[in-house]
Design a protein around this ligand. Structure first.
Ligand SMILES: *Cc1c(COP(=O)(O)O)cnc(C)c1O
Length: 487
């Protein structure tokens, strides 16, 4: 066989990678049917499945030399996906931080995969890159950043925080030798990915100070000011404050405006982790005691960087969290690199390249899964859903007290904590952990718990766009019967 014949021979087998139009139609039909069956049955299926042998059919690689029929493969998928673990698409998912996964994103991801646009460098994918920057500008407007700001569509809040911290490190001139004398300020309620990012970012040996909190788990700004002052006097290099706009445990928002004052006065990088809470900037809701949700975000526009997760507060499917950086040039200084083989990609374009603003080069084009829902639905239903989540949390907060539960602080956003203290004096922590198990065994809704200062609290996190009164009522019903054994 000569070379041409060999190539043609291999090409015939490899042609299976480009299915014919009829085969594509068959696969599409089966896949869409799967998707629609899933969506139509969402309200009937559990939010959580206990399973002794979860996903056992996926343990061993079973990829044969020959392809399998689509129905068989989707069956395998179905059998290993929907009878174990959490169903994050369910409105009954009230644990951790849910989101749901709006349908239009699925169509966006479909077109993203089919067209395989390159969203790293403007020269290669002008439309894809411009779309991502357009979305970032929209979010920058939302937090009140100026035109010098941009950021990056990352995979989630963890990477968003990481990008912000390494930018802060370089921007404040913190070299390796200075790390042991450099100081980062945060509270005991920051998300654990903050600590992870500090370590990955080469700052594990920095001094990480836990600033005290008030009774509502918000950073005590007065204490922060004193700590910074003392550290400066001691010859240390305070350079970064990490505030939370919606903590994962309780949804608390740190006093952003006061923290901004302190950061400005001391030349500190001010980062706001709004991975969970950031999109509540869209909500227009007052507090019963005065003030509004918009008020608690005041000062976010004075920060240097923000993490905000569309796969939480915009209800997108998992896989997109954004970092916004007020001075995009600082972000670029930390992430920019060029290789010889990229010499044809001219950099004269008027758009920043995502690849110059993050650790990633080739990446998922995350823009379309966000752009399409915003275009197809408009902003209005997102606002309404976010406001409704706040009201659902408040409703639960009132109702659960009527069942005899103790509650934590009044919810600032859509997360609250609560627990049952048994009247017979038995161990409250053990009782509440057992209550979580009871909710899991029922499975119609899913909740998670946390421990704060040694006390176990149950959490309600309302952020799935599908969560409605129905799911809150189910939870109240399960909690009511579950707590009745506690006298
Ligand atoms: C979820 C969350 C994160 C982490 O974001 P991922 O998207 O899960 O990586 C960070 N901070 C807060 C406050 C969060 O709620």
């Amino acid at each position: 066989m000569n070379i041409r014949e060999k190539i043609e021979e291999l090409g015939k087998t490899a042609a299976a990678l480009e299915p014919s139009a009829p085969l594509r139609s068959e696969w599409e039909k089966e896949t869409l049917q799967y998707a629609h069956t899933f969506l139509e049955s969402l309200r009937k299926t559990k939010a959580f499945h206990l399973n002794d042998e979860p996903a056992k059919g996926l343990r061993h690689p079973d990829f044969g030399e020959e392809g399998k029929p689509v129905a068989q493969v989707l069956r395998l998928l179905y059998d290993n996906l929907h009878n174990c673990g959490i169903n994050p698409a369910s409105g009954g998912h009230l644990g951790y931080i849910p989101g749901g996964g709006v349908y239009a994103s699925a169509l966006g991801d479909y077109l993203t995969a089919v067209t395989n646009q390159y969203a790293g460098i403007f020269f290669a994918g002008p439309g894809a890159v411009r779309m991502e920057n357009q979305l970032l500008r929209w979010m920058c407007d939302l937090v009140g950043y100026p035109a010098t700001a941009l950021g990056n569509l990352a995979s989630g809040g963890s990477i968003a925080n990481l990008i912000a911290f390494v930018t802060a490190r370089d921007s404040k001139g913190i070299k390796a030798a200075m790390i042991p004398k450099s100081v980062i300020y945060l509270t005991g309620q920051v998300h654990h990915c903050v600590h992870k990012a500090i370590r990955i970012g080469g700052m594990a040996e920095a001094l990480v100070r836990e600033v005290p909190m008030d009774a509502r788990y918000r950073m005590d700004a007065g204490a922060l000011a004193e700590m910074v002052e003392a550290d400066k006097k001691a010859g240390l290099y305070p350079f970064l404050v990490v505030a939370s706009a919606g903590t994962t445990d309780t949804g608390a928002v740190d006093p952003l405006d006061r923290i901004a004052d302190i950061c400005e006065a001391n030349n500190l990088w001010f980062h706001v982790d709004g991975a969970y809470g950031g999109f509540f900037l869209l909500a227009d809701v007052d507090y019963p005691g005065g003030g509004s949700v918009k008020d608690v975000f005041k000062g976010i526009e004075r920060s240097d960087s923000v993490a905000i997760d569309p796969h939480k507060g915009l209800f997108l499917p998992y896989g997109v969290g954004a970092v916004l950086v007020k001075d995009v040039e600082a972000q670029m200084a930390t992430h920019f690199y060029r290789a010889n083989y990229m010499q044809d990609a001219n950099d004269t374009a008027d758009e920043y390249n995502p690849a110059d603003l993050s650790p990633e080069l080739t990446k998922h084009w995350r823009g379309l899964r966000m752009w399409l829902p915003l275009q197809l639905y408009g902003i209005k239903p997102f606002k309404a859903a976010l406001e409704q989540k706040i009201w659902l949390c408040r409703h639960f907060y009132e109702e659960v007290q009527k069942l005899g539960f103790e509650v934590g602080p009044y919810p600032e956003l859509s997360v609250c904590i609560y627990r049952y203290v048994p009247k017979d004096g038995s161990d409250a922590n053990a009782f509440n952990l057992d209550l979580v198990k009871k909710v899991q065994e029922d499975g119609r809704v899913f909740i998670s718990s946390t421990t704060i200062d040694g006390v176990v609290w149950l959490r309600l996190a309302v952020l799935c766009f599908r969560t409605d009164l129905r799911e809150i009522d189910i939870l109240l019903e399960v909690l009511s019967s579950g707590s009745s054994s506690g006298g």
